[in-house]
Design a protein around this ligand. Structure first.
Ligand code: ADE
Length: 416
């Protein structure tokens, strides 16, 4: 991959000589060329800025040196580079964008300073090739150089060969829309803090389940916006649950247990009647048992106006790490029939870690409504009796969606 960077502070980019990026340059995987914008300014002071038309504070970067510099870069190779202009007014940089850019053969970065670059430079460049104004985040830096260092690192490490252990790229924050699980190394006890015992258990299914739970609850706590962006439940709310107002999805905490117990007993009455047995776990479980289930399962609750109206839970099967189990799917009786159950099911399925290839669910063998719904959702009945007496198992093979990588927009607006 070729990367050109134009800046009035070329020395700012010297960290690109170091570490993995420096090594990738030595190995010929990356061809990074840094250019001094002032080499394209021809007046006595090699000036690159001027006062803004229309007044206002600060200075604006002049179009002439930028035009010449970007013409020179674009004319120095085959094809055209994708031009990236860092600026706080740009589209947010993301892992998806990094993945997309890592597949492109040639990137060029134009580092603005002061109040930004004359807008006509972006417009002019867009007549030649793709241009994206990109922001690192909702804060203002002094110029684009620091942003370029971050973006080049995020992109270059995805270029094949740059990182020795490609597997480490898969289990990372943001790779599938969730944050990473916490990691630990030796010693097992440090300052009286123990490594979570499950990690020392050697039980790979339990470890996978714990890690997935950590990812979900960490994302829900630190970045609920990511869950909302990806949650199938939210999509379903948009599509068909408009009449169930203001649904809020969250990972259950022990404080939700009493309400969950009540909802669960209410929801399982029809099941108990259909199956002619009240001796089924959701009916007889104690509050303590329900609370302790939060250890092995990730339980989701849905509230509307504060009221708990739905729930579902998921885990990697303790017996088979390739199986993602869904359990305790419930919707308050008065809100059934609006699609909330289907949405919760889909949401929980979407929480399955990448290693899971089968979705599993279990219901009463005479729970005709449930069986119909699961079949509609793509599940097939497993022949023979289910895991628990009087139940049936249903499974569905996972079809992994290609992650959506919205390509950087052409000619996005406004730099600076
Ligand atoms: N230049 C100044 N602020 C910036 C930001 N937040 N992202 C990218 N480039 C910038």
């Amino acid at each position: 991959m070729r990367i050109d960077i134009v800046s009035i502070f070329p020395d700012y980019l010297t960290p690109l000589d170091l570490s993995l990026i420096g090594k990738a340059r030595e190995d010929g995987l990356l061809d990074v060329r840094v250019h001094d914008l002032r080499d394209f300014a021809h007046d006595r002071h090699r000036s690159v800025d001027d006062t803004p038309y229309g007044g206002g504070a600060g200075m604006v970067m002049r179009p002439e040196p930028w035009g010449e510099a970007l013409d020179a870069v674009a004319g120095s190779g085959d094809g055209v580079p994708h031009l990236l202009v860092p600026g706080p007014g740009g589209v947010p940089f993301s892992q998806a964008m990094a993945r997309d850019l890592a597949e492109q053969p040639w990137l060029a970065f134009a580092c603005g300073r002061y109040e930004g670059i004359d807008e006509r430079v972006v417009e002019d460049s867009a007549t030649r090739g793709p241009v994206t104004v990109v922001s690192l985040g909702d804060y203002v830096l002094n110029g684009g150089e620091v942003a370029v260092l971050a973006m080049v690192e995020a992109v270059a490490r995805l270029v094949p060969g740059v990182i020795g252990n490609a597997a480490s790229l898969i289990e990372e924050s943001h790779e599938d829309g969730l944050l990473e699980y916490p990691v630990y190394t030796k010693p097992p006890v440090w300052r009286e803090r123990e490594v979570p015992p499950v990690l020392l258990s050697g039980n790979h299914a339990a470890i996978a389940s714990w890690r997935q739970q950590q990812r979900l609850s960490r994302t829900a706590y630190r970045r609920p916006d990511l869950l909302h962006a990806s949650a199938t439940l939210q999509a379903a709310v948009g599509e068909g649950l408009g009449d169930v107002a203001g649904l809020r999805l969250a990972v259950a905490t022990p404080a939700d247990a009493p309400e969950l117990l009540v909802l669960q007993r209410a929801c399982w009455v029809p099941e108990a009647r259909a199956n002619e047995s009240f001796d089924i776990p959701p009916m007889v479980e104690s509050l303590e048992e329900l609370r302790s289930s939060f250890d092995g399962w990730t339980t989701w609750v849905v509230r509307t106006a504060g009221r708990l109206v739905g729930s579902v839970r998921g885990r990697v099967s303790p017996a088979d790490p390739a199986v993602w189990e869904t359990g305790r799917l419930m919707v308050a009786p008065d809100l059934q029939g609006h699609g909330l159950g289907r949405a919760l099911l889909a949401h929980n399925e979407g929480c399955a870690p990448d290693g899971c290839t089968t979705l599993w669910i279990n219901t009463g063998s005479r729970s005709a409504g449930n069986i119909r719904m699961y079949r509609k959702a793509g599940y097939r009945l497993t022949p023979g009796p289910g895991r628990f007496p009087g139940t049936v198992d249903l499974t569905r093979l996972v079809v992994r969606r290609q992650s959506r990588t919205p390509g950087p927009a052409r000619n996005s607006s406004s730099s600076g």
